[in-house]
Design a protein around this ligand. Structure first.
Ligand SMILES: *Cc1c(COP(=O)(O)O)cnc(C)c1O
Length: 445
């Protein structure tokens, strides 16, 4: 027998190594067996000449540690894009997490009626606070806005026609396209108008025997400029009342306070839409609303009651963790405590404040290595297309693509613009500044 094969240590000997005492023995044994098999195969095929015991122990240790490496890692988002869908859209503040903790870590009255001592309703919880905040008749919250759209169409328009403008047949990031969602839900799409123009008369002419709903979809992630016209929501609302139909606005990104930049005529806050007394409106909980992933449906009680009776709701049911966090976000809105909603505090941060933070970083790492510049960024998350916001960036001098890669390895995601590697302070958290200084300093010195 090959002498190297004889030199392969016994598994038990390795498991008893001092450095492994606190390790889970079952997992350790599995990894050790695999490593020894690899070693044996290496020796037989003559790739490995001899057994290095210390290296073997070290390899096993590394493989063990790798099992516990987190897959989801915190990043510093230095792209400037606040609602970055690839990086988790809205942030949840630590305050909100702390406030929601007692409900998440304990049993709760999630579906238990404390007054009557019997089964209660999951959806009643946030609805009380949301009704207060938005002054609407009723509310229902599901997993995300995509499921909200699906539920509304399936409940009210199965085998019925829904009239939508050709300018609003949007795709929101690959897997969500209005025409496809509509056909999956069983609703029949009745397209009207042209890509760039849809008039009220187009809707009027499309209404027939089998028409159930007039739907407006927020264009969200693109704009049509130039020779264009769309029918405002209030006109659709009037028409639907005249014809005894449901009007539904898929608003995409609902927001509450007035935003600090001019967003153009097509961006309406939730309040502006709700004053027309819509039948149904839905929006995402984690876009400009700045809370957890969820789909919020508001509108007429009679209609929301019907949504609650749809069997599908069980599949789209929102979890207690989400509910608890959402409730805390809504309470922050009621108190106008916008600091607890990071999406808004990032959006509201003044350019002067961002500049102060950028200068702080620059002063620590040296003017010769970087410069503070004014720039512009976008909101992201399929919201506010082509709307630029003022921001402040730190240009790190050097080869942009190389810097981008190096920073990414250290979990800082920046952006490249005109061959410059930039760290954008619009989306960098204030609490991350010290950490950022350290990493930047290490990376470029
Ligand atoms: C974002 C968006 C959706 C999908 O919402 P999710 O919460 O991502 O599921 C649907 N419709 C419109 C108009 C949107 O902007």
């Amino acid at each position: 027998m090959n002498s190297s094969l004889r030199a392969i240590p016994k598994i038990d000997k390795i498991l008893q190594e001092k450095c492994f005492v606190e390790y889970n023995q079952k997992l350790l044994a599995k990894i050790t067996k695999e490593k020894i098999e690899t070693l044996r195969a290496g020796i037989i095929s003559k790739i490995t000449q001899s057994v290095d015991y210390n290296k073997l122990v070290c390899d096993i240790d590394k493989a063990y540690a790798k099992v516990f490496e987190p897959s989801l890692k915190p990043l510093i988002n230095a792209t400037g894009v606040i609602l970055h869908t690839n990086m988790g859209r809205s942030l949840i503040s630590e305050d909100i997490i702390k406030r929601a903790m007692p409900v998440i870590c304990n049993y709760s009255n999630l579906e238990y009626n404390l007054e009557l001592g019997c089964r209660g309703e999951r959806y009643a919880h946030v609805s009380t606070h949301l009704k207060e905040l938005l002054s609407v008749e009723d509310v229902l919250v599901v997993n995300n806005n995509a499921s909200a759209v699906f539920l509304v169409l399936n409940t009210f328009a199965k085998n019925k026609e829904v009239v939508v403008s050709r300018g609003e047949l949007v795709e929101i990031g690959g897997s969500f396209r209005i025409p496809e969602v509509m056909s999956q839900s069983g609703a029949i799409l009745k397209e009207v108008g042209a890509t760039n123009k849809t008039k009220l008369s187009d809707y009027e002419n499309a209404i027939g025997e089998n028409t159930k709903m007039l739907m407006k979809v927020h264009q969200s992630n693109f704009t049509i400029e130039g020779f264009s016209e769309d029918t405002p929501y209030e006109k659709l609302k009037e028409l639907s009342v005249q014809n005894n139909m449901i009007d539904y606005y898929d608003l995409g990104s609902g927001y509450i306070p007035k935003l600090p930049y001019n967003l153009g005529q097509k961006e309406h806050s939730l309040m502006e839409i709700l004053k027309y007394n819509p039948s149904l409106v839905s929006f995402s909980g984690d876009k400009l609303f700045g809370s957890v992933q969820s789909g919020i449906i508001v509108g007429k009680k009679e209609l929301i009651d019907k949504l609650k009776k749809n069997q599908l709701l069980r599949m789209l049911r929102i979890d207690k963790i989400t509910l608890a966090l959402l409730e805390e976000s809504i309470k922050s809105y009621l108190k106008e405590e916008f600091d607890a909603i990071p999406t808004l505090s990032m959006l509201f941060a003044s350019v002067d404040e961002l500049e102060k933070r950028a200068l702080q970083v620059q002063s620590k790492i040296g003017k010769e290595k970087c410069e503070v510049l004014q720039s512009e960024t976008v909101m992201g998350g399929g919201t506010l297309p082509n709307r630029k916001f003022p921001t402040i960036v730190l240009h790190i001098k050097g080869k942009a693509d190389k810097l981008e890669r190096e920073f990414r390895k250290k979990f800082i995601i920046g952006r490249i613009e005109s061959d410059k590697f930039l760290l954008d302070f619009r989306s960098i958290q204030k609490r991350d500044i010290e950490k950022l200084i350290k990493i930047v300093d290490d990376s470029i010195s």
